[in-house]
Design a protein around this ligand. Structure first.
Ligand code: ATP
Ligand code: HSE
Length: 367
């Protein structure tokens, strides 16, 4: 490998659950986390003690005003350090300049942490020249973010259903694993003890299948300007469910995965199939207006609309539609604002088929 190297890592945002597919479904959308990396010549063996001090990390875009720039606290670099340490490389082996340009708002249900984890795992792979396969990259992601929907979509791209192999608790409880949801905003997390021995990451943790998505279906994201940490949104969920609620979701999930692939889409079928009784009812209190939106906006009131749900853990509302985007977004925005005095940003996004990409840049190429 010749140095300096310049690379770009891009990772799409994702919307997960899509109604009944709690912790199962994820779909990648056209907003990106982009890392531009310059890897400078490697440390020689005798001056290797200054690792991590020669990582220059900068941010622009979403989260840039408050994200931690400490390599042992920032979710991206902390994840990369974990991947390196799992491969017996304690610290970044080369000085690096990393610029993060982020379009994915934090804590809004658009998979910002999933994208950061995927970017961090790829950064660790690239920095350590580990040559990990995409399935192995997924194993690392799933040690850090324990629900597979966002990370699997962000890594593999498109509309994805996934499940996790059940692991021995000792494999996932090691204190050195930087679980994304205990990190908060990165400022209160424990620093990764890179010298500690890291348990071997089990193989074949994640299993997934790419589903088809009808190309005319767009994703309207209605994004309130407040954050809900995924950990908070998970803490309001019950630990057990009534059988009829589980059956309600399973029936809809099975229908939805194919209904979203059909052209032209069947609005009535999709609208009913996007109902959920596993997470949304419990998260209503966190997203004022969600209950009213789910009960009053439908394909009859808004032709072109196919279905509405909470995006991930919220507070973003995801409306799938084939046209009439502005009216649908306007109605949902007004309903949110009626219940809480907040700014709301609307983005109508495409479903993108490509997941995370690594591009080697030449000296002449654009950064
Ligand atoms: N680009 C990033 N760089 C560093 N840290 C990030 C980045 N993106 C997200 N994070 C961390 O992840 C936290 C948000 O994660 P959280 O799981 O709560 O929400 P989310 O991933 O945006 O939503 P959801 O999981 O519901 O889609 C941020 O507060 C920040 O600590
Ligand atoms: N499936 C997860 C996605 C959030 O990251 C949840 O709804 O809690």
């Amino acid at each position: 490998m010749s140095y300096p190297r310049k690379l770009k890592i891009t990772v799409p945002c994702s919307s997960s659950n899509i109604g009944p597919g709690f912790d199962v479904l994820g779909v990648t959308l056209s907003l990106y986390l982009t890392l531009t990396i310059q890897i400078l010549p490697k440390y020689s063996n005798d001056n290797k003690t200054n690792f991590n001090e020669d990582i220059k990390l900068s941010y622009s875009g979403e989260g840039s005003s408050h994200v931690s720039l400490s390599t042992s606290q920032n979710l991206i670099t902390k994840t990369a350090l974990y991947v390196l340490a799992s491969n017996n490389i304690h610290g970044f082996p080369s000085p690096m300049i990393i610029h993060v340009d982020n379009e994915i708002p934090f804590g809004r249900g658009l998979g910002s942490s999933g994208a950061a984890v995927v970017a961090g795992v790829i950064l660790g792979d690239v920095a350590g020249n580990l040559g990990l396969t995409s399935d192995r990259l997924l194993d690392y992601c799933l040690m850090i973010e324990r629900h597979p929907d966002n990370v699997t979509a962000a890594l593999m791209g498109g509309f994805i259903a996934s499940y996790l192999r059940e692991l021995d608790p000792k494999d996932i409880e090691a204190p050195v694993i930087p679980h994304s949801e205990t990190l908060g905003d990165g400022t209160t997390a424990n620093e990764t003890a890179v010298e500690e021995s890291i348990p071997i990451v089990p193989k074949g943790i994640g299993h997934y299948i790419k589903l088809n998505w009808a190309k005319e279906i767009k994703a309207i994201t209605i994004i309130p300007q407040f954050e809900i940490a995924t950990a908070t949104a998970r803490s309001v969920l019950p630990l057990s469910y009534e059988r009829q609620d589980v059956v309600f979701n399973l029936q809809r999930l099975a229908v939805l995965t194919t209904a979203l692939s059909q052209s032209p889409p069947d609005a009535d079928l999709i609208f009913q199939a996007m109902q959920d009784k596993v997470h949304q009812p419990y998260r209503m209190e966190l997203v004022p207006g969600l209950s009213e939106i789910l009960s009053s906006v439908n394909p009859k009131t808004h032709p072109g609309l196919l279905g509405i749900c909470l995006s991930g853990a919220g507070p973003t509302i995801l409306a799938l539609a084939i046209n009439n985007f502005d009216l649908i977004a306007d109605t949902i925005t007004k309903a949110l604002k009626r219940k809480r005095d907040t700014q709301v940003i609307v983005k109508t996004l495409d479903v993108v088929d490509k997941g995370a990409q690594v591009i080697e840049l030449t000296d002449n190429s654009q950064s």
